[in-house]
Unconditional design. Structure first.
Length: 295
């Protein structure tokens, strides 16, 4: 009834800034855009050999977990990954299976790590997406670089950003929910904790005792426990695959769960959302959902 598509539509090219804002940003609808990054040198240059040569021995931040789930609910905790500092070439050895590890490694630090940790690669892409910058009247808050194993999974969550997610190599698999599905998506408060490596090399979960509890979604949308969360049966997920050379426009406040092919490389641009009527609608929906659960 709200006009959400039954599948994520494709555009064959980027639109003008005004058209894109009017047809996609304002109505808060996702789309996959072809030929938006076809001019990027990265599409041809970012081989493993090139990345080794350009970044190679540089020490970077890598998220390490025993199970592939970083920033996710596990054992009644909101568990964050171990953030390991390691030479990028050592990380590539693990991704390429030249070195075996029982753990899961993922370059996924979301602090504009492309510009902060990988400035050598910025000229192979773009510092921003010009038509989106013009449409929104602002530069991106962050530009992030993603590279990891297929076992690395991003748990279901939402962001307060207009997100342009660009796949350079491999594929990303998104499961999406519109903001209107909020009444069917469970949230709980969890004690935050972090994976830490013990002396024998195994992981232990250590509570962040001074931190406030974190609201997070405990449900796995790929295998939902409908006995525990029966409301989720009414939700209507969209699934899409974003292939190399394609860009997903993921609107603000859309819930998303993400998987990837092994060694997939992506760059995303986070533009701060407008806290306008769409945000007010979501806040109302969120408030009503919480109020109904207390009855």
């Amino acid at each position: 009834e709200l006009g959400w598509p039954e599948s994520v539509p494709y555009l064959d090219r980027p639109l003008s800034p005004l058209e894109f804002y009017r047809e996609w940003v304002s109505p808060n609808k996702p789309c996959i855009i072809r030929n938006a990054i076809s001019h990027w040198p990265a599409l041809k240059k970012w081989t493993s050999a090139y990345l080794r040569e350009v970044v190679g021995p540089k020490v970077v931040s890598v998220a390490v977990t025993p199970n592939g789930y970083a920033d996710a609910v596990f054992q009644d905790r909101f568990v964050m990954p171990e953030e390991r500092q390691m030479p990028f070439m050592d990380f590539l050895d693990i991704v390429e299976k030249k070195v075996t590890s029982s753990n899961v490694f993922y370059v996924q630090k979301q602090c504009s790590n492309l510009t902060e940790e990988f400035p050598e690669l910025v000229n192979d892409v773009q510092p921003d997406i010009p038509w989106m910058t013009e449409a929104l009247g602002k530069k991106p808050d962050a530009v992030n670089f993603w590279l990891g194993e297929s076992a690395a999974v991003t748990s279901l969550h939402k962001d307060h950003y207009e997100n342009l997610y660009c796949v350079v190599s491999g594929e990303k698999y998104f499961l999406l929910h519109p903001p209107s599905d909020r009444p069917f998506i469970p949230y709980e408060l969890y004690q935050p904790a972090t994976y830490q490596v013990s002396e024998d090399g195994s992981f232990e979960i250590v509570d962040e005792k001074t931190a406030d509890k974190v609201p997070w979604i405990p449900l796995d949308p790929l295998s939902p426990n409908l006995e525990l969360y029966p409301e989720y049966a009414q939700a209507q997920p969209l699934q899409c695959t974003v292939k190399a050379g394609e860009m997903l426009y993921l609107p603000s406040l859309w819930f998303h769960h993400v998987q990837q092919s092994h060694g997939c490389i992506a760059v995303n641009y986070w533009y701060d959302m407008e806290y306008d009527l769409k945000f007010s609608y979501y806040q109302l929906l969120d408030g009503l959902t919480k109020a109904v659960k207390t009855l």
